[in-house]
Ligand binder design. Structure first.
Ligand SMILES: [Zn+2]
Length: 169
């Protein structure tokens, strides 16, 4: 059976690819309404706007809430190329999203299964469904390429693994 999340994760990947134009780490996110239509799409803009909270997920969630006309995103799905951080995992819970789907695992800062599992914490009364690892190779490759570019400029060798650099996020 064809994975229903591959096509929307590709949209998130397209978004992610726009981020490096402003020197931003390539992470992209998309929010789908219950009927599957796109109601939010954004990429990381932390450098672009100088805002530490301008992660792709937060921006896409804000757009979706604007589109829906409510802070409650009941029945909606957030797709993101990289496992969300603690802030974004919190925003996912607070927006009552039905589901979160992500690509690459963030072993350094991930809060949806890696370092923490904020969205499935049993102490919370809203726990979104989690689908991890959709197109994880492509999602990780984008990050690896981004940081590898940095390495070339500095002329250094190690650190081509994106995971080694994600502490900056
Ligand atoms: Zn985040």
């Amino acid at each position: 059976m064809r994975d229903p999340w591959v096509a929307p994760i590709r949209l998130a990947l397209e978004e992610a690819a726009l981020a490096p134009r402003s020197g931003d780490v390539p992470v992209g996110a998309v929010v789908l309404a219950p009927d599957g239509s796109v109601i939010g799409r954004a990429h990381n803009e932390r450098e672009a706007v100088g805002d530490p909270t301008a992660h792709a997920e937060v921006l896409a969630i804000r757009q979706a809430a604007d589109t829906v006309g409510s802070w409650r995103l009941t029945g909606c799905t957030l797709l993101v190329t990289l496992e969300p951080c603690t802030m974004c995992a919190g925003a996912i819970v607070l927006s009552r999203l039905e589901r979160v789907v992500y690509g690459a695992v963030d072993e350094k800062a991930g809060a949806v299964g890696s370092l923490w599992d904020v969205v499935r914490d049993r102490r919370l009364n809203h726990r979104p469904e989690v689908v991890a690892g959709v197109l994880s190779q492509e999602c990780a490759q984008l990050l690896t390429d981004f940081f590898r570019g940095d390495d070339r400029e500095c002329g250094s060798g190690p650190g081509t693994d994106f995971g080694a650099r994600l502490g900056i996020r």
